[in-house]
Design a binder for this molecule. Structure first.
Ligand code: F6P
Length: 536
């Protein structure tokens, strides 16, 4: 692969300051040729500096990395998460008619059984057959963090038009403000609390869960009866006092950030109903089929990954912005931050050697058009290009407000056009002359109004953000992360990098309460003593 990496870098150097617009001039078919489709989901990467030669090299890279074999190994249940000796089978959660074995055991029976129990429970809650002490459940509070929060939170917000179940709330932060603000307006007698934690040991989640139990115990005689648990550590859920009929387990081959498809998605299922939840699953499964069957050159996850590799590892752009022009995708950037940065933010390759190239980029973003009035200044005129990933639906859900949607879409397309085209100094001069400027002042003012352009972006276009389409999009990004990780030769499925901070938090705690805790650096000790003094 070294040769292909070198060729890619040479090609990038040879491109010099070739402009994206020149690629369109040279290839009249570029707008169509640099677009790929999976059913009615379209990925347009024409407004990037990837040309035909770069694309060929990138596809060679994917082939040389053995993407297809690695992909098949993942779907077959092989233990590709080598540092944890685990299979990676979140895909099994959304393909309920499939058949997968791990260690010679068919795992699908358990998956189907849990899915059926979740469905039954969701129906009972939604119809009122399952009741709290004060009557039918009006509010559901999902307590979890990271993958046990961001997936269902992101999807529940995204699919708000499909809500017809109880109100759904999410508590994640150990900051007491989070749970206090959430519970403030809720009636414990009609609230269901879901404790979502794969390990059932995460300190934030368990602290919040105990606080919620105390809150409920003040009014409800049997608080545990209004708790459910989602976890792969089912014995710990029993210790917490949750009846096994409301415990929904999953196996260790479902990574936290990949877990929305199974029990961790219960709050979503309660909000939108089992049928729409199943549509979300079927969307994910459809993207799986596309990923497995489409030729690499027309394979959306592969192309999305190769675009990412081109921008980060070859062009050297340190971040990428996810810019959904859909207000309901407000938590998608945060969800993708965990998915991408926890998966591919690694410095050691699978074989334990140092990575000899940058690992995954910083991922960030915010829905448009709000971001336009906040950080787009830097996107257009800052010194470091930020590849932008626009996401847009052709239709919204607000039938009477379609003029809003047209305006939203116009802004999305205008931004990618503006990023690519920019505005030359001559155009800026013309503009300023029209405003009456002349001479040195015209020159000075014009320079501030120049947009360098040639800033790359991609656009993901869908007909409408339905449960099925959301499933396809989430699976698309999951597989993108997998392909990027496989090309870099890293394990995208562990997260050892989150451990040290967790361990030290436990050791720092005594410093803040006046206890003994040896071994801390002077700055940490100093800050802790200031903290104690401020608390009085
Ligand atoms: O932050 C690390 C992490 O392990 C994530 O990978 C995970 O999604 C999150 O914590 C929550 O873990 P759990 O579901 O076990 O509470």
């Amino acid at each position: 692969m070294k040769g292909i990496w070198a060729d890619l870098k040479m090609h990038r150097t040879a491109q010099g300051d070739t402009r994206i617009e020149a690629l369109f001039d040279a290839d009249p078919a570029r707008a169509r040729d640099f677009c790929a489709e999976a059913d009615d989901l379209v990925f347009d990467y024409s407004k990037t500096t990837i040309d035909a030669a770069a694309r060929d090299l990138l596809l060679d890279l994917a082939r040389a990395a053995g993407i297809e074999d690695r992909r098949d190994a993942m779907f077959a249940g092989q233990k590709i998460n080598e540092t944890e000796d685990r299979a990676v089978l979140h895909t099994a959660l959304r393909n309920l008619s499939g058949r997968v074995e791990v260690d010679g055991r068919d795992v699908m029976e358990g998956v189907r059984e849990t899915h059926a129990r979740m469905t039954g429970f969701a129906r009972d809650v939604r119809t009122g057959a399952f009741r709290g002490q004060g009557g039918p459940i009006t509010d559901v509070v999902n307590i979890g963090i990271g993958g046990s929060d961001l997936g269902p939170l992101m999807a529940t917000l995204a699919l708000a038009p499909y809500h017809d179940g109880p109100r759904t709330h999410f508590v994640s932060n150990v900051d007491g403000a989070d749970i206090a603000d959430t519970l403030a307006d809720l009636d414990p007698a009609t609230t269901l609390v879901i404790v979502a934690s794969k390990t059932f040991t995460t300190i934030e989640t368990m602290t919040n869960a105990r606080t919620a139990r105390g809150w409920m115990a003040k009014t409800v005689s049997q608080p545990a009866a209004q708790f459910a648990a989602l976890s792969s550590a089912v014995e710990l859920t029993a210790e917490f006092g949750i009846d096994s009929s409301r415990v929904f387990g999953f196996e260790d081959w479902v990574g936290g950030r990949y877990s929305v498809w199974g029990p961790i998605g219960l709050s979503l299922m309660l909000a939108i109903g089992p049928e729409d939840f199943d549509a979300f699953l079927s969307g994910g499964a459809a993207m799986d089929r596309h990923f497995r069957n489409a030729d690499l050159a027309g394979n959306l996850p592969v192309l999305l990954a190769l675009t990412g590799i081109w921008h980060h590892q070859i062009c050297g752009y340190p971040t990428r912005a996810v810019l959904p022009y859909d207000n309901r995708l407000i938590r998608l950037p945060a969800y993708l931050q965990q998915l991408e940065m926890e998966s591919n933010g690694k410095r050691v390759a699978m074989d334990g050697s140092d990575l000899d190239m940058p690992s995954g980029p910083v991922v960030w973003g915010e829905p448009g058009t709000n971001g336009q009035h906040a950080f787009y200044q830097l996107l257009h005129q800052g010194t470091m290009p930020v590849p932008c990933e626009f996401i847009l639906a052709a239709r919204g859900h607000e039938d009477g407000l379609s003029h809003h949607h047209i305006l939203l879409a116009a802004n999305c397309l205008a931004q990618s056009e503006a990023l690519m085209r920019g505005r030359s100094v001559e155009e800026a001069r013309e503009l300023m002359r029209g405003k009456g400027f002349a001479g040195a002042e015209l020159e000075r003012q014009a320079r501030h109004r120049v947009f360098p352009g040639n800033r790359p972006s991609t656009t993901l276009l869908m007909p409408q953000l339905t449960p099925r389409t959301l499933g396809r999009i989430v699976a698309l990004y999951e597989h993108r992360v997998f392909v990027e990780g496989a090309i870099l030769g890293i394990n995208s499925f562990d997260q050892w990098g989150v451990e040290l901070g967790k361990e030290l938090a436990l050791k720092v705690e005594p410093l803040l309460t006046g206890g003994e805790s040896p071994g801390h650096d002077p700055s940490t000790r100093h800050l802790a003593s200031l903290f104690r003094a401020m608390r009085g």
